[in-house]
Design a protein around this ligand. Structure first.
Ligand code: NAD
Length: 441
């Protein structure tokens, strides 16, 4: 069922691997030209343009962008108690993990009388995106909001696409999740128009101000990602989090039922989702293929799953050893990486590139999607080589606070002057010597 690449007996370089490994046809740059007019129209015409594009893409025209507060309260009141309990569990675990991430300010005494403090300050206002196209993601509301709140961000707005089935409001479970988390500002807007409205702000149909934000975070489809790339600079963004990916590094000790179930679980997100098995065992690959045939036929979203598994972004890669497998998964830099080998902890400790690592037979990615306590907004498309998933740190800025006494400055004045002159910027040195009657020391 899955395409196979046999790398046994080969030692490709990281660059060769990157060029040959399965990857989705996902050209964000190409989507920029599609998204630019949307962004410019929202910049120039605000909510009027937002509602036009919403009607076009979401097939519904909400009366206003901002969701009335009463809708949030009602959504929570009507929420299935089992879903409420699960969301509460997810929030509790995420808060537990993220609370430990908050950095403390650090003061370094460089010399007597001279200190540098690294001070961590939250951004003022953030826009948090929860997708709502093919599936709706109340879990993503949790994963965005929890780190922002723990970072101490004062003003949060959650955006999610309006749903025709719910009269132009975002899905009620999204609204209920926001209410549970204590977020009272939710906008019914999706895709590129959401990012543009968050970046530029606007005035709602009833005259309410929709204030611009400093950072936009959260996963989404190619249009959302392209808009984030386009507006980066005006706003801060998190790592690009596009169509989901799972890679599983497995040996003959892995259970093919677990492996197949986990590959399908991520394929269910999107026809562009990637499910990749890297294994030393051809026997396991065969058994997984057999298992997939039955499971794909029986699963709810058969068509989407089959398309994702059959796509060029998914496949099996056969390797000679677990070490070779590690080279492959490092080159691939998956959003989610499962290690299902003997000594899984030891193997996991050697991975360099992954958004998140799931160790052993009892840590499936779907645990991390909802209830592990870890964050599920993770870098895709190989971005895990250089970027991290969403965390408290994503919402903080580090500011150096420099505090020197007269004596401490006098002691180093000559060095500053020497470096300033070496850069032909003598006024820099003079700004120091002016404090000491024009002398260096
Ligand atoms: P989405 O909310 O990202 O996109 C829906 C919006 O796209 C709509 O509101 C609409 O305005 C816009 N849109 C639709 N067609 C358009 C068009 N032709 N032109 C311009 N805009 C258009 O929801 P989605 O589509 O379901 O995508 C969610 C994605 O997020 C999936 O790929 C999923 O795998 C991914 N995801 C990633 C992570 C992660 O952490 N990496 C987590 C959850 C979900």
């Amino acid at each position: 069922m899955l395409n196979r690449t046999d790398l046994r007996g080969q030692v490709p370089t990281a660059a060769e691997l990157r060029a040959t490994l399965p990857r989705a046809e996902y050209d964000v740059d190409a989507a920029l030209h599609h998204v630019r007019p949307v962004v410019e129209a929202v910049r120039d015409r605000g909510v009027e343009a937002v509602l036009e594009y919403t009607e076009k893409f979401d097939k519904v025209r909400p009366g206003a962008v901002r969701v009335p507060r009463a809708e949030l309260t009602q959504a929570l009141e009507r929420l299935d108690p089992a879903v409420r309990a699960a969301l509460e569990e997810s929030i509790t675990r995420a808060r537990k993990v993220h609370a430990e991430q908050r950095r403390t300010d650090v003061t370094t005494t460089v010399v007597e009388g001279g200190t540098v403090t690294e001070k961590w300050v939250p951004v003022e206002r953030v826009g948090l995106y929860a997708p709502g196209g093919l599936a709706v993601y109340p879990s993503t509301v949790v994963m965005n909001v929890v780190p922002a709140q723990i970072a101490g961000v004062g003003s949060l707005v959650v955006c999610s696409p309006p749903q025709a089935a719910f009269g132009g409001l975002p899905h009620p479970t999204i609204l209920a999740a926001a209410e549970l988390l204590g977020v009272d500002e939710v906008w019914a807007v999706g895709g590129a128009q959401a990012v543009a409205l968050l970046a530029y702000g606007g005035t709602d149909t009833d005259g309410t101000e929709l204030a611009p934000v400093d950072i936009v975070t959260g996963p989404g489809n190619i249009y959302l990602t392209a808009a984030k790339r386009l507006l980066r600079g005006l706003i801060g963004i998190d790592a690009e989090a596009g169509p989901t990916e799972i890679a599983i590094l497995a040996d003959e000790s892995a259970d093919p039922v677990h492996v197949a179930a986990d590959l399908i679980s991520q394929a269910e997100h999107d026809p562009l989702a990637a499910s990749v098995l890297v294994t030393t065992s051809e026997q396991l690959a065969d058994a997984v293929d057999n298992e997939l045939v039955n499971r794909v036929a029986a699963t709810k979203h058969t068509e989407r799953v089959a398309e994702a598994l059959g796509g060029k972004q998914s496949g099996v890669i056969l390797v000679s050893t677990v070490d070779d497998g590690l080279r492959v998964v490092d080159a691939y830099a998956a959003e989610h990486l499962e290690i299902q080998t003997a000594n899984a902890r030891e193997v996991a400790a050697r991975v360099r590139n992954a958004g998140a690592i799931f160790v052993g037979a009892y840590a499936p990615v779907s645990l991390g999607d909802y209830c592990a306590g870890s964050n599920h907004v993770l870098p895709t498309g190989g971005f895990a080589r250089h970027s991290s998933g969403l965390s408290v740190q994503s919402f903080l800025k580090g500011i150096h606070v420099v505090d020197y006494t007269e004596e401490a400055l006098r002691e180093v004045a000559g060095r500053v002057v020497a470096l300033a002159n070496a850069e032909d910027l003598p006024a820099h040195g003079e700004a120091v010597t002016a404090r000491f009657g024009g002398e260096d020391r």
